[in-house]
Design a protein around this ligand. Structure first.
Ligand code: GAR
Length: 197
């Protein structure tokens, strides 16, 4: 039996392969966390179907129904607090969060980004790494800060860039590493929350 597992929310926007990896990881008996809520800002995100099939509590909060970023973030914040969430994992959550929201969850909100930060913040990271002629690329899990894709790195994984790579083939190689990196990072964060320095 898990002793008071940390209540985790995963925020996502799309197919949810990282959400699935995190859900499977937290389902293991030796991981002191439970996936309490999966939240998408897109009502048609594929990850919601996965949650329904698996019996994972899930919800869509459609950002298009809100008149400002702040009002969407306020609803997100209220939903997370109502569920007594202790840690938020952004996993392909393709929406900028306001500084107030990120500060309110400081050190309790982490994100995965498909590049070796601080390189290639923002979008189209795979195409940009190929375009730059880089020989290595990868992914980073980091604590979130108000500035986009900023914050202390928790785990990074590297992959080679092959001469024949397209953004899609490179994205696939990076994604395999994302699915290793995120559970590792979650374990590290849980450990830190259990015994803060
Ligand atoms: C992942 O590659 C993730 O790193 C990226 O979106 C994808 C989501 O895939 N996130 C970002 O680009 C955030 N800026 P998934 O829905 O299969 O987890």
């Amino acid at each position: 039996m898990k002793q008071q597992p940390t209540k985790v929310a995963v925020l996502f926007s799309g197919r949810g392969s990282n959400l699935k990896t995190l859900a499977e990881h937290m389902a293991q008996a030796n991981v002191p966390a439970e996936l309490t809520l999966a939240l998408s800002n897109r009502p048609k995100a594929g990850g919601l179907d996965y949650c329904a099939r698996q019996g994972i509590a899930h919800q869509a909060i459609d950002h298009k129904l809100f008149e400002s970023r702040e009002s969407f973030d306020a609803e997100l914040d209220a939903t997370l607090r109502a569920a007594k969430i202790e840690l938020v994992c952004c996993a392909g959550f393709m929406r900028l969060l306001s500084a107030g929201f990120v500060e309110a969850w400081r050190d309790r909100i982490i994100n995965i980004h498909p590049s070796l930060l601080p390189k290639y913040k923002g979008l189209h990271t795979h195409a940009r790494a190929i375009e730059a002629g880089d020989s290595v690329h990868g992914c980073s899990v980091h604590y979130m800060r108000p500035e986009m894709d900023e914050g202390p790195v928790i785990v990074q994984k590297q992959v080679p860039i092959m001469p024949e790579d397209t953004p899609d083939t490179l994205a696939e190689r990076v994604l395999q590493q994302e699915h290793i990196a995120y559970p590792e990072a979650l374990d590290a964060v849980l450990k830190k929350m259990a015994s803060p320095a």
